[in-house]
Design a protein around this ligand. Structure first.
Ligand SMILES: *Cc1c(COP(=O)(O)O)cnc(C)c1O
Length: 388
């Protein structure tokens, strides 16, 4: 067998045990129904209830921080993270071009300007070496702040995304952020259950966020969370996510512009049950990833996207790169798989290519572009391990 399409379909065909082989499907076979039923029978479905507190405590314990704050989705978590990092109207925020649009949208919500950065050659997340070189040439430090020499704007923060659950090179990125006085925000939306040197992703920079959308490794239907070692910052996150209401000065007193971003109890109930399952999901996804990696390692035309930097990936989405590929060939392969009801997916359109962000500052995005043109995300539901 030597045809690229044949090899690709051969890797996934026997995993197809239902009419359609989905990209990533949730699994609710634990306590999900019991906890959600409890919300309905008790009437505590909305903004107050024990599951929100329990979910926040369990996320904090699992990720190793003193406090976590649960919110309506990962995008809202990113928006709050940027506000908490003091990102202001007219600032610039360094952010990967290769990410889901939510990362860039959250920057736009604050009135700041996204400034796109490239991925590494094999590492799909922000490349510290290329970024260091770029900042050296384009940034001056004035009064303890990084200023973009070309636009005159202050660069306040750097967002790092742990792509497909594979951790970014945090050690080098943390050093670089400190050198340039940048707040380091981790978009760990895809990274629940991923670790670097024993530290959970999202807890290494100044603040981190997770998403519990339906397609992520664990889901609350829709949901997200913020984490940080800074407990005062997390208290302020809770305050901002709950309409900035204070109890001291009267019934309906709010002391700043707040947001209605808190997670509902019924979603948190789902989250508590899903977090109980996370270790099992991780074990099964590792088996699936090991299978894919061994399979593609046998074929020279492919490169399995493997975790780097002494990290442990959650393998949220397994992905494979096709050497010497272009977008036409990639789309042809996806269409072929879809004909067989096998749901492969490309990476995201680079965010600087989206109309609303086309005029934003950017470094050269050679690696990110190559990744988009050559990467396929593979069916990665935890349940598939049983069919390998
Ligand atoms: C899923 C995702 C988000 C957004 O999370 P939602 O819960 O869907 O709002 C943000 N960033 C990345 C990288 C994601 O994959």
């Amino acid at each position: 067998m030597n045809n690229i399409a044949d090899i690709l379909l051969d890797s996934v065909n026997h995993l197809k045990h239902t009419a359609v082989l989905g990209l990533h499907e949730p699994d609710f076979s634990g306590n999900e129904l019991a906890y959600v039923s409890e919300c309905i029978t008790s009437g505590w479905v909305s903004s107050v209830g024990k599951f929100v507190d329990q979910f926040e405590q369990n996320i904090a314990a699992y990720t190793g921080v003193p406090k976590a704050v649960a919110v309506v989705n990962g995008t809202a978590a990113l928006h709050l993270a940027l506000i908490l990092m003091n990102v202001k109207v007219g600032d610039e925020v360094l952010t990967p071009a290769l990410t889901f649009v939510a990362t860039t949208n959250a920057i736009a919500y604050t009135g700041a300007v996204p400034h796109f950065v490239d991925s590494g050659k094999t590492d799909l997340s922000v490349c510290p070496d290329l970024l260091a070189e770029y900042l050296k040439a384009n940034v001056i430090i004035r009064d303890g702040k990084s200023v973009n020499k070309n636009t005159g704007r202050i660069i306040t923060a750097l967002i790092v995304m742990h792509t497909l659950g594979n951790p970014a090179n945090m050690q080098a990125l943390k050093t670089l952020a400190a050198e340039y006085h940048l707040k380091l925000i981790e978009d760990a939306a895809e990274g629940m259950g991923s670790f670097i040197d024993g530290k959970h992703v999202g807890t290494i920079g100044d603040i981190g966020i997770f998403s519990f959308n339906g397609n992520k490794i664990m889901t609350t239907g829709s949901g997200g969370a913020l984490v940080s070692h800074d407990i005062e910052l997390m208290k302020r996150a809770k305050h901002l996510s709950t309409t900035a209401k204070t109890s001291e000065a009267g019934f309906f007193f709010h002391d700043e512009v707040g947001y209605n971003y808190r997670l509902a109890n019924i979603n948190a109930a789902l989250g508590v049950a899903q977090l109980e399952r996370l270790p099992e999901f991780l074990t099964h996804k590792k088996k699936l990833a090991d299978y894919y990696q061994a399979f593609f390692d046998k074929h020279g035309a492919f490169r399995f996207v493997a975790p780097e930097f002494n990290s442990t990936s959650n393998y949220w989405l397994c992905a494979v790169q096709i050497k010497n590929c272009d977008v036409t060939e990639l789309n042809r392969l996806i269409a072929l798989a879809h004909q067989e009801h096998i749901m492969l997916r490309p990476l995201w359109q680079l965010n600087n290519e989206l109309p609303m962000y086309a005029a934003c500052p950017s470094m050269a995005l050679t690696n990110a572009k190559n990744h988009v043109n050559s990467t396929l995300c593979l069916p990665s539901s935890a349940s598939l391990w049983a069919y390998i």
